[in-house]
Design a protein around this ligand. Structure first.
Ligand code: NDP
Ligand code: GDR
Length: 345
């Protein structure tokens, strides 16, 4: 029998890659999106799956339990991947309540819908390395204590524990993937890597003067999103529901990522000054290409993330393949092409 799955957050980066993967595997995919005056499907269009007859786009409201119940009833899906969230850490400080409702309670609405409609449905929760927050161990693994540092991280931690709780209380197959940052040409432009790749492309094309960033010292473990969604799927095919870290086990500063992106288009960035006065200068021309703007600082920062995906490697056979250099080049090249044709997402 052909399988079917619900993917919430179908309009986001991971939703698009996961839908493509599931379609490739023969699934019928119910891509759930929220009602807005103009829905944006540019990512599934870029992947060429928007018109696939096995991709059914369905409107729902994640914050409304009855809507989640109807989503489960009408689709008769056997797997649910909960990727929808207010996912931008910076915004969560400005909108903590909305973030809690979508990113935290939203997951519980789906878990409740599963419990009511069909407890045999397998559930994937998109958990995050932001739950580790203030570093308690290096590298971070599944047993590392959590210490979230943003309303987003706190909301995700609630959803994570509710997933574990539904697993233990009701025997629901609830898997939680603690995914470290994963990026791609489909990343939203508000996130660091895509902001950098898009801005560096525009500087190279003469469409932007300077790239303004916040904390250059933050360190992140960045992988390729397309590989991470494969890990999500594997978690739901496992014999038992569990919690897994997906990461690359390499960490790089924001500054070094910007240097890498500059190199992809022939800039050699040299860094001068400190803190708010730090700038990145192109060696050949002496031109300032990167500046710090404190408006991009966060009230509380996660300084260092690096994850060890050994458990996922051992139990799921999952491992990352694309290097950060390859990923960075892929993103900058995509943004050069997009900017040349005036594409603005
Ligand atoms: P995106 O920000 O690209 O996508 C988020 C999705 O959530 C979008 O489809 C968005 O829809 C949807 N959404 C936002 N608010 C609502 C709402 N009120 N109701 C319904 N849907 C809503 O995130 P990613 O694809 O990068 O990430 C997928 C998931 O994984 C998220 O939960 C994220 O928090 C988590 N995660 C991501 C990591 C990463 O590095 N990318 C790492 C770890 C976890 P719309 O287009 O309408 O805004
Ligand atoms: P993050 O991603 O907060 O790790 O959350 P983001 O790309 O926003 O920030 C990464 C790091 O870069 C620093 N930074 C800046 N960030 C942005 N966005 N813009 C800037 O100008 C800038 N300058 C410096 C940040 O302070 C931070 O340290 C992402 C999201 O996808 C979450 O949903 C997910 O859970 C985590 O990754 C894992």
């Amino acid at each position: 029998m052909s399988k079917s799955a619900i993917v919430t957050g179908i309009t986001g980066q991971d939703g698009a890659y996961l839908a493509a993967l599931l379609l490739e595997k023969g699934y019928t995919v119910f891509g759930a999106y929220r009602r807005t005056s103009s829905v944006n499907f540019w990512r599934i269009e870029e992947l060429g799956i928007a018109g696939d007859p096995k991709l059914k786009l369905v409107e729902y409201d994640l914050t409304d339990l009855s809507s989640c119940i109807r989503l489960l009833q009408s689709s008769e899906a056997t797997e649910v991947y909960n990727l929808a969230a207010q996912s931008f850490v910076g915004v969560s400080f400005e909108q903590p309540v909305t973030t809690a409702e979508i990113t935290g309670i939203g997951a519980v609405n789906l878990l409740e819908a599963i419990r009511i409609v069909n407890p045999a449905v397998r559930f994937y929760q998109a958990s995050t390395s932001e739950m580790f927050g203030k570093v308690q161990a290096i590298p971070q693994v599944e047993s590392t204590p959590f210490y979230p540092r943003s309303p987003y991280g706190v909301a995700k931690l609630y959803a994570h524990w509710m997933t574990v709780n539904y697993r233990e209380s009701y025997g629901i197959f609830g898997a939680s993937g603690i995914l470290f940052n994963h990026e791609s040409p489909l990343r939203g432009r508000e996130f660091l890597t895509r902001k950098v790749s898009d801005s560096i492309a525009r500087i190279r094309l003469g469409k932007l003067d300077v790239l303004e960033l916040g904390n250059l010292d933050a360190k992140r473990d960045w992988g390729f999103a397309k590989e991470y969604v494969e890990g999500m799927w594997r978690m739901l095919q496992a014999a038992r529901p569990d919690t897994y870290v997906l990461a690359t086990n390499r960490t790089v500063t924001v500054r070094d990522f910007a240097t890498m992106a500059g190199k992809a288009v022939g800039f050699e960035l040299l860094w001068e000054g400190r803190d708010e006065r730090e700038i990145g200068i192109d060696r050949a021309t002496g031109r300032t290409l990167v500046k710090v703007n404190p408006k991009f600082y966060r009230p509380a920062e996660v300084d260092l993330l690096i994850g060890d995906p050994e458990k996922a490697r051992r139990e799921l056979g999952w491992e990352p393949k694309t290097t950060l250099e390859e990923l960075c080049l892929m993103m900058v090249e995509a943004d050069i092409r997009r900017n040349e044709r005036g594409f603005s997402f």
